[in-house]
Design a binder for this molecule. Sequence first.
Ligand SMILES: Cc1cc2nc3c(=O)[nH]c(=O)nc-3n(C[C@H](O)[C@H](O)[C@H](O)COP(=O)(O)O)c2cc1C
Length: 174
Amino acid sequence: VNDAYRAIARRRVTRRMTDRPLAPEDLDRVVRAARFAPNAGNRRLQPVTAVTDPPLVRRLRMVSPGMLPLPQAVLVISIDFARAAAYGFRPDAPGLLIDVGTTAATMLIAAEAVGIGACPVTSFSHAAVSRLLEADADVRPQMLICLGHPDADQPPAMRGAPVGGPAPAAPGSR
Ligand SMILES: Cc1cc2nc3c(=O)[nH]c(=O)nc-3n(C[C@H](O)[C@H](O)[C@H](O)COP(=O)(O)O)c2cc1C
């Protein structure tokens, strides 16, 4: 088992973060990891915006009921619907959202690998986040990734499947 697999298996959502700042080079590594995510047709229609300005981070949190931690940085993954249309994608083309997921998953694992805690958030006011970011009308935020150092004391994990999920089907079965 190599380090990449260990980071995947170790990563858990961080819902309480300390006020210790992030090393800029670590934050940069997490943001740049998005470029290595697999992407439908390699079109790269999911821009990532890094927000580190503390007042803006706090405002983002105020419009995001799903954001429990007060993070040091928020990475906003958007879909650029204008560029998507130029490539002939319909707005509801599944690849557009799937690529938000691959981008998020890659950055979450990168955060774990560099020693930063992370929490994905989709429960937020899309209109309010767009306004706070002064984003073009066609560039719509889809997911927020909160980043910060984990507090030693974490709230309990959400109920659901056990960590690691239900057992996968045996190889060869359908
Ligand atoms: C699409 C998506 C949306 C999520 N939205 C939120 C959210 O709004 N707030 C939150 O605290 N966690 C959110 N999560 C994190 C999940 O609750 C978490 O991944 C799950 O409970 C499993 O925990 P683990 O990642 O620590 O294994 C989201 C995860 C995904 C994939």
